[in-house]
Ligand binder design. Structure first.
Ligand code: ZN
Ligand code: ZN
Length: 166
């Protein structure tokens, strides 16, 4: 969905959308309520968005769906503004600052960016996820595998390695 910037009215533009977008090669639903306002040459976008993103648990490697809520508060500066200004410095604390060029702003780009920024580095299907056994790959949430006793007693573990290698 693209916004034609000259069309943004003085009072701002309310956007409500239900779409699908691609996050990590998976199509997921996304809904957003945004208010787009022009402040001088800048475009201010505020609101919220919700998406059901598919994550892979970093412990048990199972895919799971998690609803994420994101508060959107982004400023867009015209990229042309940068070229003319030698002294323009991007402040590091202005993290939610982006640039637009030309007369169009793609709302789906903004949404995708916001989702990517809010994806946890190490997603967990559950805080108590036990993960998988590094030896046999058994999902330890579903049950304990036979290797478990070996993990408990390292002497037996080394005996097992000894027997396997002999
Ligand atoms: Zn898990
Ligand atoms: Zn195991």
């Amino acid at each position: 969905m693209k916004i034609y910037i000259p069309d943004i009215p003085v009072e701002g533009l309310e956007i409500e959308l239900k779409e699908h977008t691609e996050i990590n090669n998976i199509i997921v639903p996304v809904s957003a309520q945004l208010k787009v306002e022009k402040v001088g040459t800048e475009i201010m976008i505020k609101g919220s968005l919700t998406s059901d993103v598919i994550f892979q648990c970093s412990r048990c490697l199972k895919d799971f769906s998690m609803r994420i809520f994101i508060n959107v508060d982004v400023f867009y500066h015209p990229v042309e503004e940068l070229k003319g200004e030698e002294t323009h410095e991007i402040k590091i604390d202005e993290l939610d600052m982006d640039f637009y060029s030309g007369e169009e702003l793609d709302i789906m780009n903004l949404i995708n960016e916001q989702i990517m920024l809010n994806i946890p580095m190490k997603p967990l299907c559950s805080e108590t996820c036990k993960g998988i056994c590094i030896k046999c790959g058994t999902d330890l949430n579903a049950g304990i595998c036979k290797c478990e006793t070996l993990h408990i007693d390292p002497r037996l573990a080394s005996l097992k390695t000894f027997l396997e290698n002999s």
